[in-house]
Design a binder for this molecule. Structure first.
Ligand SMILES: NC(=O)c1ccc[n+]([C@@H]2O[C@H](COP(=O)([O-])OP(=O)(O)OC[C@H]3O[C@@H](n4cnc5c(N)ncnc54)[C@H](O)[C@@H]3O)[C@@H](O)[C@H]2O)c1
Length: 348
């Protein structure tokens, strides 16, 4: 099925990966509807596109069925990316459950009843938890470490049930860790690569939570969106879960070293106490992706990091505010739900 010249709705289209996907879908001649509540995303992520007739921004919450139903009219394809993130789920699991799980059910219902032809659900490698066999294929036993990972897994199952029931053709992509231009760096949303880049560019220490031996399978975001487009167009991927990854593990310590080298700075690398529920080893198997679409992401970490560093150099001013936003701890910006506090007290 061709992903060109249609009307496509992207939930979470004002986020990091979503904004790159919107760029690509517009280049393919589509009319794009972005449905986003701007909690971690922002219309500013799409500013570079300017005002144009083929891009429609709807500020809406996927917990609101009526807004979704309305936005879905005339839509041919849906990419469902809207999510609340892993770190928020450490302190606000109920909110993350409501958005990621109930919200996903709402998106599926709205798409099915609007007669959408195909929906791609964007899951996450966090459904797996720490790997003890690598690389992890799609049917690796699920042991999510967080409510985020578990909620993304529930979304996968819902997408599959809609497919098997004949309510809506779906495909599930399971990206591993993404990085690149426009990745979040500030506050609770801040991700490891942009924080390291900004610290390195200002000669500050690169701060690692835990040993730094944790590994991830990093994909350059522009490649990920390539594969999200190809998977939407691939009939054999219907009803399947497909890893979108390079199949190469990089430790957080190696990442810090690469960034220090590529920026030409001498920042110290320091270790801080680890983050709760951190996955220690994640490393995906892209065999199924290769079988389905003929290849898998291949941009090396060095090349992707160089492009990312260039983007941050030219787009993010190194002001005091920017530096202050790289706060040390990215998971305790919200008060934990009251029951969690009681649980912590009992554990102590
Ligand atoms: N970034 C990664 O490394 C990575 C890795 C694996 C999977 N993913 C998946 O990719 C997708 C996009 O992630 P991202 O990194 O771009 O995150 P992001 O936080 O930048 O994007 C999520 C978007 O969803 C929006 N959103 C949140 N709650 C919403 C709600 N209730 N209603 C409507 N919109 C809402 C946010 O405002 C944001 O624009 C997610 O589904 C995520 O699980 C990301």
């Amino acid at each position: 099925m061709d992903v060109r010249n249609g009307r496509i709705l992207v939930t979470g289209g004002a986020g990091f990966i979503g904004s790159h996907l919107v760029d690509r879908l517009l280049r393919l001649g589509n009319e794009v509807v972005v449905f986003d509540d701007y909690t971690s995303g922002s219309p500013a992520q799409l500013d570079h596109l300017g005002a144009r007739a083929d891009l429609h921004l709807i500020e809406g919450d996927i917990r609101d069925q009526a807004s979704l139903d309305k936005a879905m009219r005339g839509v041919r394809h849906v990419y469902h990316l809207a999510t609340r993130n892993v770190r928020l789920s450490l302190v606000q699991p109920t909110l993350v459950h409501e958005v990621n799980t109930t919200g996903t059910l709402n998106v599926l219902k709205a798409a099915a009843s609007a007669g959408v032809r195909r929906l791609l659900y964007c899951s996450s490698s966090e459904v797996n938890g720490t790997a003890d066999i690598v690389p992890m294929p799609e049917d690796y036993p699920y042991r999510p470490e967080t409510i985020y990972g578990a909620s993304k897994l529930a979304g996968e199952y819902y997408a599959q049930v809609f497919h098997r029931s004949g309510w809506l053709p779906t495909v599930t992509a399971r990206p591993h860790n993404n990085y690149g231009p426009r990745e979040h760096f500030a506050g609770q949303k801040g991700e490891v690569i942009p924080r390291f880049v900004l610290w390195a560019l200002t000669g500050q220490p690169l701060r690692i939570y835990g040993s730094g031996e944790q590994t991830r399978d990093f994909t350059f975001v522009e490649e990920t969106v390539d594969y999200l487009v190809r998977l939407m167009g691939c009939d054999e991927a219907l009803g399947e879960v497909v890893n979108v990854c390079r199949g190469q593990e990089v430790s957080i310590f190696e990442l810090a070293q690469h960034i220090r080298e590529l920026t030409g700075r001498k920042s110290e690398i320091v270790r801080l106490p680890g983050r709760p529920s951190d996955v220690l080893r994640l490393f995906g198997d892209p065999t199924r992706l290769t079988r389905l679409v003929g290849s898998a992401p291949s941009i090396s970490i060095e090349e992707g990091l160089s492009r990312t560093i260039e983007w941050f150099r030219s787009h993010v001013p190194l002001t005091r505010d920017v530096l202050a936003s790289l706060e040390m701890n990215t998971w305790n910006h919200h008060a934990p739900e009251p029951w969690m506090d009681r649980t912590h007290k009992r554990a102590g």
